[in-house]
Design a protein around this ligand. Structure first.
Ligand SMILES: C[S@@+](CC[C@H](N)C(=O)[O-])C[C@H]1O[C@@H](n2cnc3c(N)ncnc32)[C@H](O)[C@@H]1O
Length: 276
């Protein structure tokens, strides 16, 4: 297999001016205030958009007093949604400077900067204070992070007693064929995509308790297939606003993901756990 390309070259993370262009298409200028709702179609980079975040907030029983850490926060959509709807404080930790800067700008323009603190850092090295969060959450980010046991041990220490976590991530249902494994590495930037059992084992080894895993593949696989069909149907309209290159980059990503589910090897998983 050839050397893995930098994460910023993953098709989902190129053409990130798509948010500014999407806002411009709504008549919202580069310094205009934004209502968080105006971003929901653009800033949620996971399955089921804000419905998934609402569901998580309910499952974790998040309230306004909670301090929440969002690991791999992207352009900040989930963090802003939690702050906007629950009123909790969210620390949004994102590796890529370009995404972090977009996130900071969007949060300020949504007037949510009192509740959302953006940090640009690697979750494997950023100094998280011990027992400083009531909960941590992560959507479609841990697959990118090369040392899951170390990450989970750090996140475990960052939780207060009684703290809880919620993960949505990709998993492996059957060994990837060589071509598929290459796509998992190169197109999806999947550094750690394992069975659900191995994921649970890593959480338990990091001293999380009450680890509950749910296989989301029966929901996510058709979602990915429908997303691809809708994407292709919207080709002309998307390319008019964002250009053909931006269309093609996301087309490649959605096509590969749909094919990986179809192969029977890729899956989706939700994991929840606590600390005593
Ligand atoms: C698919 S995106 C999801 C973003 C966000 N969770 C959402 O659902 O909208 C995954 C994010 O994880 C970030 N990421 C990857 N490795 C990371 C690391 N080591 N530390 C912090 N963030 C990381 C990526 O840069 C990317 O923005």
């Amino acid at each position: 297999m050839s050397e893995v390309a930098p994460i910023a070259m993953m098709p989902l993370y190129t053409n990130v001016d798509r948010i500014a262009k999407g806002l411009a298409a709504l008549g919202i200028g580069p310094t205009d205030p934004i209502h968080p709702e105006q971003l929901f179609a653009m800033d949620q980079w996971h399955y089921h958009g804000t419905d998934a975040i609402r569901d998580t907030a309910k499952r974790l029983a998040l309230g306004p007093k909670d301090q929440v850490l969002d690991v791999g926060s992207g352009v900040g959509g989930p963090a802003r949604y939690l702050a906007h709807t629950i009123g909790c404080h969210v620390t949004a930790l994102e590796l890529q400077p370009e995404l972090h800067e977009i996130a900071v700008d969007l949060t300020r323009r949504c007037a949510l900067d009192r509740l959302v603190t953006h940090v640009c850092a690697d979750a494997l090295t950023y100094p998280l204070a011990d027992a400083s969060f009531d909960a941590w959450v992560s959507w479609l980010a841990i697959l990118h992070i090369p040392d899951r046991p170390r990450l989970l041990a750090r996140l475990r220490r960052a939780l207060r007693p009684g703290g809880r976590c919620h993960i949505e991530d990709l998993c492996m249902r059957a060994t990837f064929a060589p071509r598929d494994l290459n796509d998992v590495r190169q197109i999806v930037h999947g550094n750690v995509v394992t069975s659900i059992a191995d994921y649970k084992t890593d959480l338990e080894a990091a001293s999380f308790i009450n680890v509950e895993a749910t296989d989301l593949t029966p929901d996510w696989a058709p979602y990915a297939a429908e997303r691809l069909t809708a994407w292709k149907a919207g080709h002309a309209a998307y390319a008019r606003v964002h250009g053909e290159a931006a269309y093609a980059a996301q087309d490649l990503f959605y096509t590969v993901i749909a094919r990986l589910y179809e192969s029977g090897s890729l899956g989706g998983v939700r994991l929840q756990a606590k600390v005593p």
